[in-house]
Design a binder for this molecule. Structure first.
Ligand SMILES: *Cc1c(COP(=O)(O)O)cnc(C)c1O
Length: 384
């Protein structure tokens, strides 16, 4: 089976992890800060906080930005459920803004319209979680402009987009989003097995996220309620254990050595798909002129005039040993969110996309031979 995604691990990755295994610290040692510095300097961000995964990083981010029980978080329906769940962890209400049918990212026009209505009702969101879907950055400048008008905070779920660029700047630089979150799950651009990171320009937000990562406990005198003995620590907030291990951080540093190569390979694969699929009844991913996608995914849509629908194509590809995938069912269509009152039809663009979407295999180590197997199988299947 050719998977839709997979990690790329080489001997340097293995050696880096083994070296940590033989060292004094398996967790809470010097390697996690080194990994944080590495990602921060790659992105040009002043603060990077490594976490156990992107889900915990999203939770810590929205908490650190002040999301409270009864607060309000908006996100994009075409994302992994974690983009919405982080609001529910805080006891906040979650709502969804429809996507742009071209980029599949949250529509800026839909956001602007929904904000205007929300203001008239006196119920503006506290946090908007935007998602750089498939690795393509959102229109960050336009969303930041809406932030100045309406006063919400921006969390950029860039789980798909480490290594992507927006207007020439790396995603995570902190120019637009309040916090940017990366995932290092094995299907993503670089991996630490499980792992995530939150980047921010705001030192106070970074400090709160560090506290939340480790039980809300501090050993820093300046944060404590009074003078303490040198063995004492204080718990000053209700935090979690969201730490990344030293083993994972070592893998992350080794993977960062290859991130530009990974992105170049993904972009090459995307270009080859673009060319091979020309003339077929499918919609290929749109590349915005002002950004550079990291191509975590290569999502196509099967056009209505195609002789077969997405479900049949999906099954035929499976039958040919190609494990295509679908990203994503709109989050509010999940039973958990349906039980909260969301009805089918809520975001028509998201639902139209979901009905036709298919993610083709996309990973840095996908060989030209395997990619040809994918496109040949696709052509054979779709013409029948
Ligand atoms: C993968 C992913 C997450 C969750 O990442 P984990 O590191 O597995 O917690 C969150 N949001 C999006 C958009 C993702 O693709």
């Amino acid at each position: 089976m050719i998977p839709y995604a997979r990690q790329s691990i080489d001997e340097n990755d293995v050696a880096a992890v083994v070296e940590v295994l033989r060292s004094d610290f398996l967790t809470q040692g010097p390697v996690v800060p080194r990994f944080e510095e590495r990602v921060a300097s790659y992105c040009g961000a002043p603060n990077a906080v490594a976490m156990s995964n992107a889900t915990s990083a999203l939770h810590a981010a929205v908490r650190a930005l002040g999301l409270q029980p009864g607060g309000l978080l908006w996100t994009s329906p075409i994302s992994f459920v974690a983009s919405a769940n982080c609001g529910r962890y805080c006891g906040a209400l979650v709502d969804f803004v429809d996507i742009d049918p071209r980029t599949y990212n949250m529509s800026v026009d839909a956001l602007a319209g929904k904000l205007e209505v929300a203001r008239s009702k006196g119920r503006l969101p506290d946090v908007v979680v935007i998602v750089d879907f498939a690795g393509q950055p959102c229109d960050l400048a336009a969303i930041a402009e809406l932030r100045s008008e309406y006063g919400f905070r921006i969390v950029e779920d860039a789980s798909h987009a480490v290594g992507a660029k927006y207007r020439g700047e790396p995603v995570g630089s902190g120019t637009f989003a309040d916090v940017t979150v990366f995932s290092f799950h094995p299907v993503k651009i670089i991996t630490t097995a499980e792992g995530g990171m939150a980047l921010t320009n705001d030192d106070a937000v970074a400090e709160r996220m560090r506290l939340l990562r480790s039980h809300g406990v501090t050993r820093e005198q300046r944060l404590m309620s009074r003078e303490r003995e040198s063995w004492e620590y204080e718990q000053i907030d209700l935090g979690f254990n969201y730490r990344l291990t030293e083993l994972q951080a070592a893998l992350g540093i080794a993977q960062m050595d290859r991130i530009d190569e990974f992105i170049a390979q993904r972009r090459r694969i995307a270009q080859a798909y673009d060319e091979e699929l020309r003339g077929l009844p499918v919609v290929i991913p749109h590349q915005s002129a002002d950004s550079l996608s990291a191509y975590h995914l290569y999502p196509i849509q099967v056009r209505d005039e195609a002789p077969l629908d997405r479900r049949v194509l999906f099954e035929r590809l499976r039958g040919e040993g190609i494990a295509a995938n679908v990203h994503y069912m709109p989050i509010y269509m999940q039973p958990y969110y349906q039980a909260l009152g969301f009805e089918p039809g809520y975001c028509p663009n998201a639902e139209a996309y979901y009905a036709r979407a298919l993610s083709l295999p996309m990973y840095a180590s996908l060989t030209p031979v395997d990619q040809l197997r994918v496109t040949d199988a696709l052509k054979r299947s779709i013409r029948v």
